[in-house]
Ligand binder design. Structure first.
Ligand code: ZN
Ligand code: ZN
Ligand code: ZN
Length: 138
């Protein structure tokens, strides 16, 4: 049993199950934003759609992963850094979609510029996607 995965589950007060551990290891191996079907493909139909869906949902709630919107319209997910918790997600970083390899990555150190909303609008979440060519393809 991978100690890094064990620690991640512990840090987010998630009970250890094989399914959770396996899905975290997919995130750790990929290191880019991945979709539900990417996970399914990696799992070799070991877990059904519902199990994967529920696992992702609990990871989102616990601040372990965050949603990444790219231009395909398919929801992708990426691991959060340590700042996120069950209480709230704490990041305002930009996502970068490479038009060459098609991969979307978190640019943790590039922050979304603050915008001020008109009165009557309240902020919840923002998504900022930049497309171009990534460092690996350049
Ligand atoms: Zn987060
Ligand atoms: Zn690329
Ligand atoms: Zn991200």
């Amino acid at each position: 049993m991978n100690t890094q995965i064990k620690q991640i589950l512990k840090d987010h007060s998630l009970r250890h199950t094989q399914g959770r551990a396996d899905i975290i290891s997919v995130f750790l191996n990929k290191n880019v934003a991945i979709s539900h079907s990417d996970i399914e493909a990696e799992m070799d139909s070991q877990y059904d759609r519902v199990t994967i869906y529920r696992t992702l949902k609990s990871f989102l709630e616990k601040g372990l992963i965050h949603k990444v919107l790219d231009d395909t319209g398919t929801m992708h997910y990426a691991l959060c850094d340590d700042a996120c918790s069950e209480v709230e997600h704490q990041h305002d970083h930009i996502h970068f979609k490479c038009n060459n390899c098609g991969e979307t990555t978190c640019l943790e150190n590039v922050h979304i510029p603050k915008v001020s909303l008109p009165s009557g609008f309240s902020y919840e979440e923002s998504n900022y996607l930049i497309t171009g060519t990534c460092d690996k393809c350049n």
